[in-house]
Ligand binder design. Structure first.
Ligand code: NMX
Ligand code: MLT
Length: 434
């Protein structure tokens, strides 16, 4: 057993009695109530999921295993020669809640390298799809195509005890995660670089190899590490994480569960917003025809979007009520690496203007930017200008937290998810509507 798996087993064994005790002794304690507006309105604010990998506070933003973003980046060992930790060290951290040593992180890097090879049929499937397919459709199809590799599904068929289910789930999660950079970069080069593929480099870590296969020079390796970690987890009520948890609760394997979540991430109100931010900004710059953007013209463009009934992409959030710290973290990266880049200046100008416009518009509960408002500019700066690819980057990141989460779901024996629905007539009865 690998050191990581041994450590995880210890954590699982220590955690199980907590869940058992809560269920047995405190199962009737209320943590939430549901109103009619919550039942109709997308269950906003209803507390009915348990996730230990991360927690989202509306005012503070995300904490991964109790640590804020700056604390996470400061605590994890940096990848040698890099400003950021490796994704593999973060994988250790998000799974166990403990910061790995540099040696432990190295062990995971070595383990992931062994799991990296993608079966040829996945590339064949992708090549058989129309080249016009959206990169997210390709990404989802590639993950589903690999379902036959699932160790969990095979072990389940043979007969698997409930308390042992986390082990094959862990193997599937690790196998799948290690392959995602290869699949992502393949899709990018298939669609946008005439299928001129760059083979994986066995000397590189998750982020470094992704940058190498994308064909983008340093410091894009650090951009990849930062980007994947920032997008990894956002507790489990968001569409992608919730879908992955929900599908896995039917004891569908990690391949089925992750591809389902990726489909949810592809929606414009969720991950696809990062593509739309860049589309919106580029369209707006095109209309300016080389004219220097000003706060006044940005204001007008924002109002035009709102008046046409569209949302301003990259702004607003279902939980957050302040600027997303993932936005801030990427903004700080830009301030350091590309302070004078014109597109970054425009994004900053939108940040100055948009919250006021959204407040005046009076609908959005949160007028502040989310993660997607700042992520595309970094990609654009490093030459990845094909913005329909951006949500795949989000998806590779999101796999980290959600695959850790479903491993824990199996470790703690969480049951199939099945909330109860009611009819509109029942709501009217409950409200005493005549
Ligand atoms: N632009 C215009 N209107 C907005 C915006 C926005 N950015 N955000 C919220 N609203 C509207 C929303 O459409 C709703 O209108 P209506 O009453 O007509 O249905 C109203 O404000 C109330 O919505 P909220 O309760 O503030 O937001 P909700 O929790 O329903 O939705 C989002 C959250 C994130 C879906 C929403 O803010 C949005 O559509 N933002 C733009 C898309 C985006 O950036 N999504 C990415 C989210 C982060 N991620 O990566 O997943
Ligand atoms: C996410 O990262 O999943 C988004 O910010 C959406 C959310 O948390 O609801």
């Amino acid at each position: 057993m690998s050191t990581l798996k041994e450590n995880l087993l210890k954590k699982i064994e220590a955690h199980r009695p907590r869940t058992t005790r809560l269920l047995k002794e405190y199962g009737d304690v209320k943590i939430s109530e549901v109103t009619i507006s919550q039942a109709i309105g997308g269950a906003r604010g209803v507390r009915c999921l348990v996730t230990d990998t991360s927690y989202l506070d509306p005012m503070e933003g995300i904490r991964f295993r109790g640590k804020t973003i700056p604390e996470t980046f400061a605590a994890l060992p940096k990848y040698p020669g890099s400003e950021y930790p490796s994704v593999e060290s973060f994988w250790w951290f998000i799974l166990t809640g403990e910061v790995p040593t540099a040696e432990q992180a190295e062990e995971v890097i070595a383990d992931f390298k062994k799991r990296r090879k993608v079966p040829q049929y996945v590339f064949d499937v992708l090549r058989a799809m129309p080249r016009s397919s959206h990169p997210m459709a390709m990404f989802s199809a590639a993950i589903t195509a690999m379902q036959g590799e699932s160790i969990f599904a095979e072990e389940y068929r043979k007969g698997l005890g409930k308390m042992d289910m986390w082990q094959p789930m862990y193997e599937d999660a690790s196998n799948l995660l290690a392959k995602l950079p290869v699949i992502g970069a393949f899709i990018y080069r298939l669609k946008f670089k005439d299928d001129s593929q760059i083979p994986s480099n066995p000397d590189l870590d998750f982020g470094g190899d992704f940058a190498h296969m994308m064909g983008v020079d340093k410091p894009y390796d650090d951009v990849a590490r930062m980007y994947f970690i920032l997008h990894s987890d956002h507790e489990s009520g968001n569409v992608s994480a919730h879908t992955i948890h929900l599908v896995a609760s039917a004891l569908s394997d990690a391949y089925y569960a992750l591809s389902a979540g990726i489909n949810g991430l592809a929606g414009p109100l969720h991950g696809l917003a990062n593509e739309n931010v860049l589309r919106w900004t580029q369209d707006f710059m095109k209309k300016l025809g080389g004219q220097e953007p000003t706060e006044e013209v940005i204001k007008k463009a924002l109002w035009d979007t709102l008046n046409s009934g569209q949302v301003v992409p990259g702004y607003g959030h279902a939980v957050l009520r302040k600027t997303d710290p993932r936005y801030t973290s990427q903004m700080e990266f830009c301030q350091k690496h590309l302070p004078d880049y014109p597109l970054f200046k425009v994004i900053n100008m939108i940040y100055k203007v948009a919250p006021g416009v959204l407040m005046e518009h009076g609908k959005a509960k949160n007028p502040w930017p989310n993660v997607d408002a700042q992520s595309g500019v970094i990609q654009w700066y490093y030459g990845v200008t094909e913005y329909s690819f951006y949500t795949v980057l989000f998806g590779i990141g999101r796999a980290i937290g959600t695959l850790a989460n479903i491993t824990w779901d199996r470790a703690l024996g969480y049951p199939i998810e099945r909330p109860k629905s009611v009819t509109t007539a029942m709501l009217e009865d409950a409200a005493g509507v005549k």
